[in-house]
Design a protein around this ligand. Structure first.
Ligand code: FAD
Length: 481
């Protein structure tokens, strides 16, 4: 006899577990099914983000940044450090404790909200129509030899994504690593190669560069950070090369990888010349693919788009009645906060409310040093769309707080409609812009003009004054430049 629920959520990453909690808050009897197991073989909720993504990467970025400060930046403050060294196992165990606290926290939150939690792989089996007209979906939950079935009126699929594989660079997580392997190294490799200069490649490369690796990042695309505003990308490349020591080569084409004593990556550079890169470890970070393996989509006729994502409309509805999909497994940016907000919106839609996510105001953040963050349109997107705009820009160099921090690289740029002054995009590169971007998102969500930000009082001395001055700069009235 299978258990019956109002809602079954498949996947307990930031999309799934947040959806499950919101469903339960709204009085829906909810089960959350997730198959993740930690290296010790225990169920570990929170998906990619908590186990091998956002949280462990930020823990290591913070640790490595502290080392970098002590090694290279404290001296300018008159602080002398002698005998500095890195203890990678301690760094990793700190990271593991942070991860365990959060994955355990998700289990507690589900329990507190009376969400039934099941460990195992969920597969869609079939639907049955009952006399009362209700359709119930059946899901099989398989954990080793144990097989259960559950029934639910509504299903939320939140099965996330997995790293994209390169056939010529098979990941063994010993020498050729994906994100999980790159977050679990027990010592600093002397020479590290990274394939892919996207967010994950840059963040992982930054961690190990700061801890002493010689890092070379190889990118197939002709440009650097092509999703970001061109000016921000240019500034980032300049600072990364000059200050952080990351070597980034774009427009390359890999022809082969040999693993002997060293790993040798053979590639053609932008001029077509054959180059060889010898490294000790290689991270493959060439994007992620939606995860629908073993989901049973074919059993029920769940429709995918041409790229393997589950096809959904703007309310995350699939082609099947009462089946929704959220997060990395559907279109839109592969970001944890986007997954969570879609989870909340779907839960509210199921409960008869008006759930909605505005994909135009999703903030993007890259936690390199300096950090990069943006929301809305880039200058190149506005130009392509033929939209007339005004731009205001202000550098961190002219900000008191940034000077006190000793982090003066970068700027904030505000783009506003030439006629209405409505903000169309805000782009940042500089210290703690991951925090500063929240003001920009609120402004855009409330359809603010650059004049609105320009008229708001910002605390002094604070980094937020850089955004204030950039907004003033839209009408050429910045004060401190
Ligand atoms: P996931 O988190 O992938 O969770 C899906 C869950 O479903 C997993 O637990 C999986 O085991 C489970 N599952 C899959 N199929 C089944 C099935 N059939 N049955 C049962 N369970 C199943 N995003 C940010 O916003 N900020 C960051 O700083 C950031 N840093 C990142 C750093 C790294 C190194 C990586 C790899 C990613 C990072 N991301 C970041 C992206 C972020 O992790 C994802 O966007 C987010 O986890 C997506 O959430 P999700 O719920 O859609 O899927």
């Amino acid at each position: 006899m299978s258990q019956s629920f109002d809602v079954a959520v498949i996947g307990a990453g930031p999309g799934g577990y947040v959806a499950a909690i919101r469903c339960a808050q709204l009085g829906l009897n909810t089960v959350c099914i997730d198959e993740w197991k930690n290296p010790q073989g225990k169920a570990s909720l929170g998906g990619t983000c908590l186990n091998v993504g956002c949280i462990p990467s930020k823990a290591l970025l913070e640790s490595s940044e502290n080392y970098e400060r002590a090694a290279h930046k404290f001296a300018a403050h008159g602080i002398k450090v002698e005998g500095l060294s890195v203890d990678v196992p301690t760094m990793m165990s700190r990271k593991d404790k942070i991860v365990a606290a959060f994955t355990g926290g998700v289990a507690m939150l589900l329990k507190k909200n009376k969400v039934t939690s099941m460990n195992g792989r969920g597969s869609l089996l079939k639907s049955s129509k009952y006399d009362d007209g209700n359709t119930l979906w059946q899901i099989e939950v398989k954990n080793g030899d144990k097989v259960d079935t559950v029934e639910a009126k509504h299903i939320i699929i939140a099965t996330g994504s997995t790293p994209r594989q390169l056939p010529f660079a098979p990941v063994d997580n010993e020498r050729i690593l994906d994100n999980a392997g790159a977050l679990a190294l027990t010592e600093t490799p002397k020479r590290l190669g990274v394939i892919g200069a996207g967010v994950i490649g840059l963040e992982m490369g930054s961690v190990w560069r700061r801890l002493g690796s010689e890092v070379t990042i190889l990118e197939a695309l002709p440009g650097f950070l092509m999703a970001a505003d061109e000016q921000v990308a240019k500034e980032a490349k300049k600072i990364f090369a000059k200050e952080t020591g990351l070597v980034i080569q774009t427009g390359i084409k890999i022809s082969g990888i040999k693993t002997g004593e060293a790993i040798t990556v053979e590639y053609a550079d932008t001029e077509g010349k054959t180059q060889q890169l010898e490294i000790d470890k290689l991270i493959v970070a060439v994007g992620r693919v939606p995860n629908t393996t073993g989901l049973g989509a074919e059993n029920v006729g769940l429709k995918m788009d041409g790229r393997g994502y589950i096809e959904v409309d703007s309310h995350c509805r699939t082609n099947l009645p009462n089946i929704y999909a959220v997060g990395d497994v559907v279109r839109g940016p592969m970001l944890a906060h986007k997954a969570s907000e879609e989870g909340v919106a779907v839960a509210e839609t199921i409960a008869g409310q008006a759930g909605h996510v505005n994909l135009d105001t999703i903030p993007w953040v890259i936690y390199t040093s300096p950090e990069i963050a943006w929301v809305g349109k880039t200058e190149q997107e506005l130009k392509t769309a033929g939209i007339q705009y005004k731009a205001g820009q202000f550098p961190f160099m002219a900000n008191g707080r940034a000077r006190a921090l000793g982090e003066t690289g970068g700027f904030v740029k505000v783009l506003a409609d030439a006629d209405t002054d409505r903000i169309l995009g805000i782009h940042m590169i500089g210290p703690y812009v991951s925090e500063m971007i929240a003001e920009a998102v609120v402004a855009m969500e409330f359809a603010a003009s650059s004049e609105d930000i320009a008229r708001i009082v910002h605390a002094h001395p604070s980094l937020s004054e850089v955004l204030h001055e950039a907004a003033l700069g839209v009408d050429k009235r910045a004060i401190h430049i």
